[in-house]
Design a protein around this ligand. Structure first.
Ligand SMILES: [Zn+2]
Ligand SMILES: [Zn+2]
Length: 374
């Protein structure tokens, strides 16, 4: 049984231990790859170990805070079955959990019921903010309903909650060179090389992110933010069939852990994607140009072409490879194009990490309302 809080587990698709918190096949810590890892003897993998206690403490506050605000699930037991439970003296709707009977008043209750997405597409975005100096960088994750185009959830690696030191981002002044190759196959290959150059696969160095002196909150390792991000989404929608993620190996680890049971039972599929932005309004069909095998794991990538634009997709789990043509980041590209035109967003280098994140979140609400009216 996968627990909401499990993070130290096998993350290999096809392994019987995928997502399991304990197994006789596990031994840890193992230092064979130069960092503390869990070794899964069943598949031979060495996923990096986390401080589970610190992760659990941060995640429980993060989930409870999200639930208390939105009312989507219980802030105490995280169950989704809730009923309306009268109003508080100020007239706001109260909610009761059907599991533990907790009653609370969501601060920003959802106006409409959640429509379960068939596909979730997720991309990272690095945004400047004003910290100890200007040009500090915030790591933001954006998830979309890949078909309807709405923003489903946004998180960043700024957290207002208390965090243990093992979860904090540490900038070593050693940025990964940006991957900007024109050729899409080269780009995918370069990124795979970058993953291997990291001190461990999930330890991205994306830039300096120091908050102002005496500022509240902290900056998390992006991998921790990703685990929190997908735990919220998997709580809201445990049965999503298709997951699409930008080509980043720790996003794969976070998604596969959050929906481990679905992947084990072959109820869901997970795709990596690299897609060029297509400004061509014509709707030409995608054509499969061929396959290429990339990276340490020699994953099979499909190369697709539509007019002058290309995309590459890689099925990381069980699924129908012929669906490759329909896998797209278009929802994310549309939102980013819109976001970059918004003054509040353009001014992000002048504001604190917390304010920048709040601004992106309220812009996303505005965008969703705009999409719904179309
Ligand atoms: Zn395994
Ligand atoms: Zn409850």
């Amino acid at each position: 049984m996968t627990s909401l809080f499990t993070i130290n587990c096998c993350k290999s698709f096809g392994c019987q231990n995928l997502g399991l918190a304990s197994s006789p096949d596990y031994s840890w810590p193992e230092y064979r790859l130069g960092y503390a890892a869990l070794h899964c003897r069943a598949c031979g993998s060495y996923p990096p170990l986390f401080n589970e206690e610190q992760f659990r403490r941060w995640l429980s506050v993060y989930l409870a805070d999200f639930a208390a605000n939105s009312g989507y699930f219980c802030p105490r037991c995280y169950q989704r079955e809730t009923i309306r439970y009268g109003h508080n003296p100020r007239g706001s709707q109260r909610v009761q959990c059907q599991g533990c009977k907790k009653v609370w008043t969501p601060k920003q209750p959802a106006l409409t019921a959640l429509v379960p997405p068939a596909q979730i597409a997720t991309i990272p975005l690095i945004v400047p903010f004003q910290g100890v100096s200007s040009d500090q960088q915030l790591y933001v994750l954006l998830s979309f309903d890949a078909i309807r185009g709405k923003v489903l959830h946004i998180s960043s690696n700024f957290t207002p909650h208390p965090v243990g030191s093992s979860l904090l981002y540490r900038w070593r002044d050693n940025a990964e060179p940006p991957v900007i190759h024109d050729d899409i196959i080269e780009r995918v290959s370069q990124r795979e090389t970058q993953f291997l150059r990291r001190s461990q696969f999930d330890e991205i160095q994306y830039g300096s992110a120091m908050l102002k002196r005496n500022a509240n909150g902290a900056i998390l390792r992006p991998v921790i933010a990703a685990h929190g991000h997908f735990r919220i989404l998997s709580r809201l929608w445990p049965e999503v069939k298709t997951h699409i993620i930008a080509h980043e190996c720790f996003l794969r680890g976070a998604v596969i852990t959050a929906w481990a049971e679905q992947f084990c039972h072959h109820h869901a599929s997970l795709w990596f994607i690299d897609e060029e932005i297509n400004n061509d309004k014509r709707t030409l069909p995608w054509q499969l140009l061929g396959n290429t095998w990339q990276g340490w794991w020699q994953n099979q990538w499909q190369i697709w072409q539509q007019g002058n634009t290309r995309k590459m997709v890689c099925l990381l789990t069980e699924g129908q490879v012929e669906k490759g043509a329909s896998i797209t980041l278009a929802a994310g590209h549309h939102f980013l194009a819109w976001l970059q035109q918004q003054t509040e967003f353009q001014q992000s280098p002048r504001y604190s990490a917390h304010s920048v994140f709040q601004a992106i979140r309220s812009l996303a609400d505005k965008y969703n309302a705009f999409i719904e009216k179309r």
